[in-house]
Design a protein around this ligand. Structure first.
Ligand SMILES: *[C@@H]1O[C@H](CO)[C@@H](O)[C@H](O)[C@H]1NC(C)=O
Length: 258
């Protein structure tokens, strides 16, 4: 079988070259999901549909993973919502590695996030990291604080105890310089948690930095106790209303070091 050897040698060569991709691309489920609480796991990440506020609303939200290469994941969501009240969905990527540590034990949370959004008409939405803390490790029913770091605000607004006469939320701090950007800080309650929200002075479509710097600011300068445990680390988009909006995350990664 001389032809067999001739074919096999080139194939072996190709296999050797392809056997060491850097970073490694992982086989993942890239199919589209639209169910209210559908999840898709890939490596240390979970895509959550989390359509928690759709009661009384008209529309849909579907999402899919695109790729996972090393610790960098890509995903997208397409949504349309009208009616109802407030936020309809928080389609997000949740990090499952490194959580349930006390804030005082976290050294860094290096993260990068490149995204884009397109749609017809004016969407009401945000793009944000969403963290929850609790007084106990793994405590989900007794989350004490929610910390949001917004990268973009599309005609929406943060939770706040104080509003001005025009109905705009009033920050408790302005022009904070953290992780290479300027932020206003808002404080309020969602009825279950105290909520700190950092809003950028201009939209950030490509973030790269240490998210732990926001937690360190809150534990040293505000009322967040460093004894709290980080129980949830998510990043995604809160959709309130809009038509045929596509939100695309081209590259996202987050690594908690403690
Ligand atoms: C972010 O982009 C939206 C949509 O273009 C715009 O309405 C909003 O004012 C921007 N926010 C900031 C802080 O620049």
């Amino acid at each position: 079988m001389p032809s067999f050897a001739l074919v096999l040698l080139p194939l072996l060569g190709a296999a050797l070259v392809l056997s060491e991709p850097v970073p490694r691309t992982t086989q993942i489920d890239t199919s589209s999901y639209c169910g209210q609480y559908d999840t898709v796991t890939a490596g240390s990440y979970v895509l959550n549909l989390d359509q928690w506020g759709i009661s009384g609303a008209t529309g849909s939200d579907c999402a899919n993973l695109v790729s996972l290469s090393g610790s960098t994941i890509a995903w997208q969501t397409e949504w349309s919502w009208s009616g109802g009240s407030g936020v309809k969905t928080f389609t997000n990527i949740q990090l499952t590695d490194g959580i349930n540590v006390q804030l005082s034990d976290i050294n860094s949370i290096q993260s990068s996030w490149s995204w884009s959004q397109s749609g017809s008409g004016a969407a009401v939405s945000d793009v944000a990291y969403d963290l929850f803390t609790s007084s106990t490790s793994g405590g989900s029913s007794e989350n004490d604080w929610e910390i949001m770091v917004w990268l973009a605000n599309y005609n929406s607004g943060p939770i706040s105890y104080n509003y001005d006469s025009s109905g705009n939320a009033v920050p408790i701090e302005s022009g904070l310089s953290i992780a290479g950007n300027a932020w206003d800080l808002y404080y309020g309650s969602n009825g279950y948690n105290y909520v700190y929200s950092f809003l950028p002075s201009s939209n950030i479509t490509s973030f790269s930095g240490d998210v732990n710097l926001f937690l360190q600011y809150l534990t040293s300068e505000q009322s967040l106790p460093s004894s709290q445990y980080l129980t949830t680390f998510e990043a995604g988009t809160e959709a309130t209303s809009g038509s045929d909006v596509t939100f695309n995350t081209a590259a996202y990664s987050a690594i908690i070091s403690s």
